[in-house]
Design a binder for this molecule. Structure first.
Ligand code: NDP
Ligand code: 2IT
Length: 449
């Protein structure tokens, strides 16, 4: 389905397949980057000789460990946890922790790999890493989640540090989990090391606007893509998949900018609300009551809930996949294009399949890949680290302003780099190339390490 690699890159890719068997998502993420690097390799033959690509594709360190914990009835459970410290050329390893039953090494490696380039694009001093566990927080009590987090951190703490590795949230890990993880880290190390975690609560070292940052940032990215085409968000209909942290704040910002968001989802089904999603209600259901989105129609009686429905069948002009990897395939992309789609921005990591990306590309859709479009979250994490390092707290307005500037810069870098490397308007080429070059130059400067 995806584009062919040139000969040299194909050899590298085959070797990666052989060295990392069974890690499908990691293979997909690597292939997507290699597909775009042909022109870079021609222009920088030195990087080929120094095997920079092979080095970038091999994590600096991978930690896999057992997490035993007891549920409220006293039954013992064993989960597996991961932290993949992928690349520290630009700063300490930085990236979220994901708790979801689907987690295995291939998922954490794809996320960690993408994080390297995303973090480089933010222009902040952060390397790339990712972690997580196959623990499923759904249906667990607070006490169970706490015991799990404490057990996990009892092993992970020795690998972390504000100058070493700085985790944050991702699917299934929000402020509650960060609190339990940070609390245990603090207890074991006897250090109030705020900068070792981001996504903390506002009372204990967190940054204003971090919670909102990924979703807001994705919408700012759409805004920039549309402006580059002399178009605007105001008045557009939008569909956002998922109803978690990224989705909620994407819906909030899009609504503020005049879009009408008519649908969102969870893994159980989809909500369609032609009058526009009521964000306050969505927040209460998801953040306060921790319920499923099916509860939304209990209060908004004109809205509909369809169990197992496909959100991409809802006609819209802007689509924001904000749930999980490979949630939007070729068939979905085709239907979206037929329904009048103008722009897509990936709030999630790798939500569009290679076939979906090809269809968007051929149809001339403005397509913002996750590495660029969802980088506002980790960029604001870096702003949280900055505030922690200077023992300062910034206002919401100031922090959101910085986030907005960063998203404008990321768009500019991706746009201009795509142009420079012969693929005008292709943000996938632009983001991969700009991110890669920054990391490659730093690795090269530091010698063979
Ligand atoms: P949350 O856990 O807050 O929300 C995840 C949402 O996606 C939920 O609605 C969930 O539904 C849905 N979802 C998750 N897994 C699946 C699945 N396998 N199939 C169908 N639906 C699924 O996570 P976030 O909002 O933080 O993360 C969403 C995406 O954004 C992820 O891809 C993440 O990597 C990415 N991201 C997150 C950032 C952040 O700052 N949090 C930053 C950059 C990217 P259900 O509740 O039914 O499981
Ligand atoms: O995918 C991501 O960029 C995140 N989950 C956020 C990472 C971070 O360190 O804030």
């Amino acid at each position: 389905m995806s584009a062919r690699l040139d000969e040299k890159l194909d050899l590298i890719y085959r070797d990666i397949l052989q060295r990392n068997p069974g890690e499908d998502e990691f293979h997909q993420a690597v292939h997507e980057v290699l597909e775009t690097l042909g022109p870079v390799m021609s222009r920088y033959p030195d990087f080929v000789d120094k095997k920079i690509i092979q080095r970038i594709c091999e994590p600096e360190r991978q930690i896999i460990f057992r997490v035993p914990w007891q549920d409220d009835k006293g039954e013992v459970h064993i989960n597996r946890a991961f932290r993949v410290e992928f690349n520290s050329a630009l700063g300490p390893y930085k990236g979220g922790m994901r708790f979801h039953p689907s987690v295995y090494l291939g998922i954490i490696k794809f996320l960690g790999f993408e994080q390297i380039f995303k973090n480089a694009l933010t222009n902040m001093p952060i390397g790339g890493g990712k972690g997580g566990s196959d623990f499923d927080p759904k249906g667990k009590s607070d006490a169970e989640v706490m015991r799990f987090c404490q057990s996990l951190m009892t092993e992970l703490y020795r690998h972390l540090g504000e100058y070493t590795d700085v985790p944050a949230g991702d699917i299934g890990v929000g402020q509650r989990e960060i609190g339990y993880l940070f609390g245990q880290y603090k207890r074991i190390t006897n250090r109030y090391e705020s900068g070792v975690f981001t996504g903390k609560g506002l009372d204990w070292g967190g940054s204003r606007a971090r919670k909102e940052a990924t979703g807001y940032g994705a919408v700012y990215f759409v805004d920039e893509m549309l402006k580059a085409r002399k178009d605007k968000i105001d008045g557009k209909t939008m569909v956002v998949s998922g109803s978690g942290n990224v989705a909620i704040y994407a819906i909030e910002k899009a609504t503020q900018l005049g879009a009408k968001v008519i649908a969102c989802s969870d893994s159980g089904g989809i909500i369609v609300d032609e009058e526009g999603i009521d964000v306050a209600l969505l927040k209460r259901i998801k953040e306060v009551e921790r319920r499923r989105i099916s509860a939304y129609v209990e209060e908004r009686t004109k809205a509909t809930y369809t169990e197992g429905g496909n959100i991409w069948s809802v006609p819209c002009q802007i689509a924001l996949p904000c749930a999980t990897q490979n949630e939007l395939n070729g068939k979905d992309a085709k239907q979206l294009v037929e329904n009048g789609l103008v722009a897509v921005a990936e709030g999630a990591n790798m939500p569009t399949t290679p076939e979906g990306m090809r269809i968007f590309d051929e149809a001339g859709i403005a397509f913002g890949p996750g590495k660029a479009a969802n980088a506002g979250g980790v960029a604001t994490s870096a702003l949280e680290m900055q505030q922690n390092a200077s023992r300062d707290t910034w206002t919401f307005k100031h922090t959101e302003g910085r986030l907005h500037e960063i998203m404008i810069e990321i768009h500019k870098a991706a746009y201009e780099t795509a142009d420079e490397f012969g693929s005008p308007g292709n943000y996938v080429v632009g983001a991969n190339t700009a991110g890669f070059l920054k990391v490659a130059r730093a690795m090269d400067a530091m010698g063979l390490v």
